[in-house]
Design a protein around this ligand. Structure first.
Ligand SMILES: NC(=O)c1ccc[n+]([C@@H]2O[C@H](COP(=O)([O-])OP(=O)(O)OC[C@H]3O[C@@H](n4cnc5c(N)ncnc54)[C@H](O)[C@@H]3O)[C@@H](O)[C@H]2O)c1
Length: 436
């Protein structure tokens, strides 16, 4: 890296300023820049370091960059030790300086693609990332988008922005889309062993993108266009949303008839083909499952069509927190005017501290609207919605086991005879449990 610093020491720091860009040099061939150092960008950085790349991690949040520079990983899938080792051997460094992308032969964009206030695609981060890197991209660089979005985003949004703001000396660029499929907190599947989807805009882009991803992934699945890759990613997550909605609706039907949905699911799972088990829960959360299918519904509407099944699935999942709240309140003695409800686990899934889009927010808000006093406990989340985790000795009338976190020891609640609504199907043989 020291040689590279000298080579590019004349670059300006203003991300939007036009700079003189050299062509990709031999030095740059193994240098990767990643825009966005979050759940996708940072694990990708570590996977690339393991594969021999020198990685420049660019993020526009100075506090996050300082945290990473200090060796403290902001995501569970990268340990502090792994991060510190990569920094120590000068194979990775974080920066807020977009001009550093000029040192890379490959730039991977890994920024958020959330929903706006109308629950429609919000490409602000993607556009601003494309805008910020454009003036600094070296000639013959490969730009890959790993962010999830609707078909056409690479071709119709990212590429035009890059071309509009790139340096004149950057005449030839390569583009591909390789949607990330990482499942945070998954002990088995990671960037390396999860097959990578790849759609490039032309043959040369495909060759370069294949070469890059084959250096960090065990298997790369090449598809004919970026739009196919973008659509495939939406299909994968919509598949989950719809099946979760089906089982959430099914659970409500079973519960009303006094049948255990979990026993039914176990029974159906004995069929060796044509069935895949999904489990009910408080709803869906995180940056993907509740969000990406709405990119699909929006895209469908834009094309003059309607994804009615997906819209219905979204609405069923969004009704689950209220259903769970009602189930919990039904366990409270009618003489209690202000029920005290303890939420166990507020992260959207087990094993991570991520509370983005967590359905526990709707659950909590509904309980509060019904006059309940609500506290929460989550060993992986220190603060949430402006409040802190309480201890398990917080006196409550009902506890809702929403997300079973590793290290969550409920012995104290069992000993106190606390009623528990178990939405995780993880408590057995405790008499005061009601299963969702
Ligand atoms: N989290 C997941 O499980 C997951 C899995 C697969 C795909 N994805 C997709 O990957 C993308 C990234 O998601 P994530 O979970 O890593 O998000 P994240 O919020 O964890 O990380 C994104 C990072 O990008 C930074 N950022 C935002 N705008 C920027 C800009 N203009 N320039 C530089 N940095 C910027 C943010 O500060 C943040 O650190 C999204 O499209 C998401 O849908 C996420």
């Amino acid at each position: 890296m020291a040689g590279l610093e000298t080579h590019f020491s004349g670059l300006h720091l203003n991300p939007y300023e036009e700079v003189r860009i050299p062509i990709v040099s031999a030095h740059q061939l193994q240098v990767l820049a990643i825009i966005g150092q979050g759940y996708v960008g940072l694990p990708l950085a570590m996977a690339a370091v393991d594969a021999g790349w020198t990685v420049i991690g660019v993020d526009n949040l100075p506090a996050k960059v300082e945290q990473i520079k200090g060796g403290f990983s902001p995501v569970e899938d990268v340990s502090n030790e792994q991060l510190k080792a990569a920094i120590a051997k000068q194979a990775y460094r974080a920066t807020t300086d977009f001009s550093e992308v000029a040192k890379a032969s490959v730039i991977a964009i890994c920024v958020p693609t959330p929903l706006d206030e109308n629950r429609e695609p919000d490409l602000f981060f993607l556009r601003s990332a494309a805008r910020a890197i454009a003036p600094h991209i070296a000639n013959q660089t490969l730009v890959v988008s790993e962010s999830t979005s609707y078909p056409g985003t690479l071709r119709d949004t990212i590429i035009p922005i890059v071309h509009q703001f790139k340096s004149e000396s950057t005449r030839e660029l390569f583009f591909a889309c390789a949607p990330e499929r990482v499942n945070p907190g998954d002990a088995i599947w990671n960037q390396k062993n999860t097959p990578r989807l790849l759609g490039a805009i032309d043959e040369e882009s495909k060759v370069r993108a294949l070469s890059f991803y084959e250096s960090i992934c065990d298997e790369v699945v090449s598809v004919s266009t970026p739009e196919v890759a973008e659509a495939a990613k939406l299909l994968e997550n919509t598949f989950r949303l719809v099946n979760i909605a089906l089982i959430n609706e099914f659970t409500q039907l079973c519960s009303a008839s006094g049948i255990s949905a979990h026993e039914v699911i176990d029974a159906a799972s004995s069929k060796p083909y044509g069935y895949m088990p999904f489990r009910p829960g408080v709803g869906v959360g995180g940056h993907c499952i509740p969000v990406d299918p709405l990119y699909l519904t929006w895209w469908a509407r834009k094309k003059g069509s309607m994804a009615a099944l997906v819209e219905s699935a979204d609405s069923i999942n969004r009704s689950m927190p209220k259903y769970v709240a009602k189930q919990a309140l039904s366990l409270v003695d009618v003489s209690i005017r202000t029920p005290r409800i303890l939420l166990l686990g507020v992260a959207y899934k087990s094993g991570i501290g991520d509370t983005r889009e967590t359905p526990m927010k709707i659950l909590r808000d509904y309980l509060l609207s019904q006059g309940a006093e609500v506290a929460w406990y989550d060993p992986l989340v220190s603060s949430w919605e402006g409040s802190n985790s309480v201890n398990l000795d917080w006196p409550c009338d009902v506890a809702i086991l929403a997300t079973r976190q590793p290290g969550m020891d409920l012995t104290q609640l069992f000993a106190g005879g606390v009623k528990i609504l178990d939405c995780t199907n993880t408590i057995s043989s405790y008499i005061h449990t009601k299963l969702l």
